[in-house]
Design a protein around this ligand. Structure first.
Ligand code: 5RP
Length: 226
């Protein structure tokens, strides 16, 4: 029986095969945040010299990449990336995701938006029929905290401030439990339209292109439905 850590390692290793397929001296790889992304970063170290650089979705990942001697570029200096590799807190069969358990959702969404393909790496426990059991993280400008919390409560959620946490962008996170997410794209649009919201952790308008889900019997690959 593989442990969750071993499953995460398996998913990270599977994503490194995608890096192998695109590696070239001018290629930049987009890198996510979290414990699964950390394992991916550690494996990426062996591609030093085979790819030009990386772009990180958090200060934490940037530091880990730099610790391996991998170049980390500012996204403003990068025009394209073939892949962005990151974990998820929940993912469904449409490859819509909830992300932001690590609080890096906004930079994750920005870096992913520049990449041609989003490769999601996770253990199979993250695959759900309907998202919402994991509280939805929302990055909020501090002065809008209570106003956004009231609007999320009106939508049936139970918002809670992530105590003692400030994002890399200087904002706060509301974790909203109890949402019934029937239409993730519509909910993402609604929440992102609220004044004071930077972005919510729904990645449905632009979800993953490929999910590499580690199971006890190997990698299960899901592709975005046509
Ligand atoms: C960070 C994220 C992570 O990808 C998500 O929380 C999954 O993390 P882990 O790989 O540690 O389970 O969105 O903001």
């Amino acid at each position: 029986m593989l442990t969750q850590q071993e499953l995460k390692q398996q998913a990270a290793d599977a994503a490194l095969e995608f890096v192998d397929a695109v590696a070239a001296p001018d290629v930049v790889i987009g890198v996510g945040t979290g414990s699964t992304a950390d394992l991916f970063i550690d494996g990426l170290a062996r591609f030093k010299g085979r790819v030009r650089a990386t772009v990180a979705s958090s200060e934490r990942s940037a530091a880990r990449l730099a610790g391996h001697g991998l170049a980390v570029l500012d996204l403003n200096d990068v025009e394209s990336m073939p892949i962005y590799v990151d974990g998820a807190d929940e993912i469904d069969a449409n490859l819509h995701m909830i992300k932001g358990g690590g609080g890096a959702l906004t930079r994750e969404k920005i870096v992913a938006s520049v990449a041609e393909r989003f490769i999601c790496i996770a253990d199979e426990s993250k695959l759900v029929q309907r998202m919402g059991a994991f509280p939805l993280p929302i990055e909020v400008i501090p002065m809008a905290r209570e106003a956004v919390a009231r609007r999320m409560a009106a939508l049936g959620g139970r918002p809670r401030l992530r105590e003692g946490f400030v994002t890399d962008n200087g904002n706060v996170i509301l974790d909203v439990a109890g949402l019934s997410i029937a239409d993730a794209r519509a909910l993402e649009t609604d929440i992102n339209g609220m004044a004071g919201v930077v972005t919510c952790g729904l990645f449905a308008l632009a979800g993953a292109d490929v999910a590499l889900l580690a199971t006890q019997s190997g990698i299960r690959r899901l592709d975005k439905p046509a």
